[in-house]
Design a protein around this ligand. Structure first.
Ligand code: SF4
Length: 440
């Protein structure tokens, strides 16, 4: 279940005409589903596997037909798959539940895993035969054995913390003959910090790193399909640890990759690393600058004053890498005036790209628990947890004021003149990029 979901109609209508926002929607929709492709790498050779990408746009009956006819060799003897495994984030979870119910009525066994299933198993359990919590790989292997032995359990949870040194090779072949515009590779999972708004950092366990040889093996598999690929590292905070990243960066350079990742601003404090990152083909890094009104608990050494973080942004961009500054709107203390101030700042900011989202208390994170306890979660289903819809009562204004101020900010920040100013900044950053040697 993929794609950028914008539930709020006014923003949907406006957003899809805004170049910056539609660019982001396109980039997200182009990403292959790395979790499912990785799990497919664990399926025994004598199983027939198919992949369906659901962007939430087609009729549910059509999506079900697509699932029924998926498979390397078409539908099975009885015209339908035996098992269907879903991976869905919170805003697409309700649709996944409905699709699952349709499949179960046909006698098909359904499974769901991923961040939402891990954080909100009670939401998923009534609609799926099996819920997988935590790292998917170890549970999926057990689950397939149990399915063959007709002893499937309603819930699987990984024991201990899965080591990425056991990672299977993702089944890129399931994407068919057409290369996607971007490939995803994971070099690490989790993050040493625990920002209270973050749904990614701790749900699956502590931060772990994939061994360099496996990382390079995946890169080699990708470059055998496409030379000079665009790689999006599916990491939470790539350079948060102080491990030596030289091999990984050399590998990206050797394979001619152009790549994107997420990292905190402190890479600017490591000039040698920054140079290596730029030389290895990094084009853009998303840096969480978060909020101009609130410092979230759990941000650790990532917390810094605004000026220090902006100095870091300039250093990263001076190295030839575009910084996509990521901001959360709607934290404690936010008011219509503070949102307007953020707009004033972004009109002048030196950032090459900007990402704006509304604070969203996803299930399973500290923020969700505290808003739930305070009775501040608004009624409604998880389809509204899109990052663009207000789903809680703010502390300094009404929910409607927050939504209106956010929509206005989005319109302002992604208006064509503001986007073309950032495009000019990107152009000047590109001129600073180091030349790199690509191996023949
Ligand atoms: S630094 Fe980023 S990935 Fe890590 S916990 Fe904070 S928001 Fe999440």
């Amino acid at each position: 279940m993929s794609g950028l979901r914008v539930g709020h109609e006014a923003l949907l209508e406006r957003g899809l005409r805004l170049p910056g926002l539609s660019r982001r929607a396109t980039a997200l929709s182009q990403l292959p589903p790395l979790g499912l492709l990785t799990l497919a790498g664990l399926v025994p050779d004598d199983w027939d596997v198919g992949l369906v990408l659901d962007d939430g746009v087609v009729e549910e009956a059509t999506a079900v037909d697509q699932i029924l006819s998926a498979g390397e060799h078409g539908a099975s003897e009885n015209g339908q798959p035996d098992l269907v495994a879903f991976s869905a984030l919170t805003p697409s979870a309700d649709r996944a539940c409905r699709l699952s119910e349709r499949l179960r009525k046909r006698g098909i066994t359904t499974i769901i895993g991923g961040l939402h299933a891990t954080a909100a198993p009670d939401h998923c359990q009534p609609h799926f035969d099996v819920v997988v919590r935590g790292d998917g790989e170890p549970s999926f292997e057990r689950l397939l054995i149990d399915f063959r032995g007709d002893r499937m359990q309603p819930e699987y949870q990984s024991r201990g913390h899965y080591s990425l040194s056991d990672s299977p090779m993702p089944r890129w072949d399931l994407l068919g003959d057409h290369a996607p515009p971007r490939y995803t590779v994971q070099s690490m999972r989790g993050c040493p910090w625990s920002c209270s708004f973050c749904a990614a950092s701790r749900l699956l366990g502590p931060a772990r790193v994939k061994p360099d040889v496996l990382f390079e093996r995946e890169l080699a598999a990708i470059t055998s399909r496409q030379s000079r690929p665009w790689i999006e590292l599916a990491d939470d905070n790539t350079f948060a640890s102080d491990r030596d990243h030289s091999w990984m960066l050399d590998a990206l350079q050797r394979h001619g990759a152009r790549w994107f990742t997420e990292s905190d601003w402190r890479i600017a404090l490591r000039p040698k690393l920054l140079r290596q990152i730029a030389e290895s083909g990094c084009r853009q890094i998303l840096v969480g600058l978060e909020s101009n009104v609130f410092r979230y608990p759990g941000m650790g050494a990532k917390t810094a004053d605004w000026d220090r973080m902006m100095e870091a942004v300039l250093a990263i961009q001076d190295a030839g890498i575009v910084v996509n500054g990521c901001f959360i709107v709607g934290a404690e203390g936010e008011t219509p005036a503070s949102i307007e101030r953020l707009g004033d700042f972004l009109d002048e900011a030196p950032l090459g790209e900007v990402q704006l989202t509304l604070q969203t208390p996803f299930p399973g994170i500290g923020l969700y628990q505290s808003l739930l306890k305070a009775g501040r979660l608004l009624p409604g289903d998880f389809a509204r947890y899109t990052l663009f819809d207000v789903v809680y009562q703010p502390d300094q204004m009404t929910a409607v004021q927050l939504q209106d101020s956010f929509d206005e900010l989005v319109g302002r920040v992604y208006r064509p003149e503001a986007q073309s100013r950032r495009d000019q900044i990107q152009k000047s950053i590109r001129s600073k990029r180091p030349r790199r040697k690509v191996s023949p």
